[in-house]
Design a protein around this ligand. Structure first.
Ligand code: GAR
Length: 204
């Protein structure tokens, strides 16, 4: 078997998606990637603790983010980046150094409820405000356009009339995010995803 792809995970908060990745590597669902390091743009992100508990190098970077992150990833030998609840925009330097090697999880069905200002709980607030009956999660490649890169995988989740943003967020995480993010990472790391125009072709 090929050596697992060394993967950097970017986080900003609680890190439940990071936890899903760590668990999937541990239980063998993800076998083509390993978590090389975790980077947060917030000092107090609990996600950093989750990484440290597993002995994974984890760092908060609050100044010169791009330069410091590139240096740290270099030290850790990171070949791939997963944005797992990273609530900031990726700069041009990282985008060009890791072209087509950055994936992001978004808590809605892109192209709905995405783009600037649509992150975290706000996404679910907007979904409830609009009254759609289906939402979900999307894993996509990261490009210069916010939430505009090629889609790798999506999963729909039902919206219920008595949902609050918090209840809906939890259902979207449990029924979609924690499932499709590890799956998409395994597909990308094993070389099974090819980009053709706007389409990701998955060969299993
Ligand atoms: C997740 O719902 C993730 O999809 C979302 O932030 C949450 C982070 O939770 N990401 C975005 O909104 C990106 N635009 P976590 O820290 O528990 O994984």
């Amino acid at each position: 078997m090929a050596t697992p792809m060394r993967t950097a995970v970017f986080v900003s908060g609680g890190g439940t998606n990071l936890q899903a990745l760590l668990d999937s590597v541990e239980n063998g669902t993800v076998k083509s990637a390993e978590i090389a390091c975790v980077i947060s743009n917030k000092k107090d992100a609990y996600a950093l603790e989750r990484a440290r508990k597993k002995g994974i190098p984890a760092k908060a970077i609050t100044e010169n983010f791009e330069e410091e992150a590139l240096r740290f990833m270099d030290e850790c030998g990171a070949e791939l980046i997963v944005l797992a609840g990273f609530l900031s925009i990726i700069g041009k330097g990282i985008l060009s150094a890791y072209k087509d090697r950055i994936i992001n999880i978004h808590p809605a069905l892109i192209p709905s409820f995405c783009g600037k200002g649509y992150y975290g709980l706000h996404v679910h607030e907007k979904v409830l405000e609009y009254g759609v009956k289906l939402t979900g999660a999307t894993v996509h490649f990261v490009s210069e356009e916010v939430d505009g890169g090629v889609i790798i995988m999506q999963k729909a989740v039902e919206v219920r009339h008595d949902d609050t943003p918090e209840i809906l967020q939890k259902r979207v995480m449990e029924e979609a995010e924690w499932i499709i993010l590890p799956k998409a990472l395994e597909l990308v790391a094993s070389g099974k995803v090819k980009i053709q125009g706007r389409t990701a072709i998955i060969t299993e």
